[in-house]
Design a protein around this ligand. Structure first.
Ligand code: SF4
Length: 213
């Protein structure tokens, strides 16, 4: 990467990390995906139960393979199971995991976390349930404010729908049409304003790079 661009990315990562820490999240930043992976693994105690929220960044890291290595009790939602009822059961168990690792759809410049889910299996445990939540996010997730976060989510949702092979109108058009179909992926939206209620529970690793959608 261009050195000046890299420098700017690090500046952005540093600034948002400071903001997030002021909002009582436990945030830190790294420069590369590899460093983020190393840091993430070091934060998860071996033998603990771990759930994973759908995240392109975590997929890029190969975290599913790491969690299948036998050192963790992994609530593995990526097994080849029919969606109902087996996957739903894994989502239910995931609510009690020691760790939830996930991405986030958007982070505002004020340090709010904004997310939209299809099932709620990611946004619900981000708020309550797992003892620890570790969020990994590239600087491309930073947006000006909540309106911009919602706009961003609406823009990226068709890509997510295509990625997970949902039959939604946006997979044909590439744009959101606020659909009314069973396979709609935009059903539950949350804003996490701060981490003060359970100080230290939500940890955030910012990567000074553009990753995921
Ligand atoms: S509301 Fe429907 S059309 Fe819009 S992005 Fe979500 S799934 Fe696609």
């Amino acid at each position: 990467m261009d050195e000046i661009k890299k420098w700017k990315n690090v500046c952005k990562a540093k600034k948002i990390t400071e903001t997030l820490n002021k909002r009582h999240f436990k945030a830190s930043y790294v420069e590369t995906l590899e460093e983020a992976k190393e840091k993430l693994i070091s934060m998860i105690e071996e033998g603990s139960s771990v759930a994973i929220g759908g995240s392109t960044t975590l997929s890029q890291m190969g975290m599913v393979d790491v969690l299948r290595n036998g050192n963790y009790k992994f609530f593995d939602r990526y097994q080849n199971l029919p969606f109902d009822p087996d996957i739903v059961e894994i989502h239910r168990k995931s609510l009690t995991a020691d760790y939830l690792i996930t991405g986030t759809n958007a982070i505002t410049e004020n340090g709010e976390l904004v997310n939209t889910d299809c099932t709620g299996n990611r946004v619900a445990p981000m708020i309550f349930g797992p003892k620890n939540v570790i969020i990994v996010a590239g600087i491309n997730k930073i947006v000006e404010n909540i309106d911009a976060a919602l706009k961003r989510i609406r823009e990226i949702a068709p890509m997510n729908s295509k990625r997970i092979k949902h039959e939604t109108p946006c997979v044909e058009t590439g744009f959101c049409v606020d659909c009314d179909c069973k396979k709609r992926i935009c059903n539950f939206t949350t804003i996490i304003h701060n981490g003060i209620k359970f100080e230290g529970r939500i940890k955030i690793i910012i990567i000074a790079d553009e990753l995921g959608y």
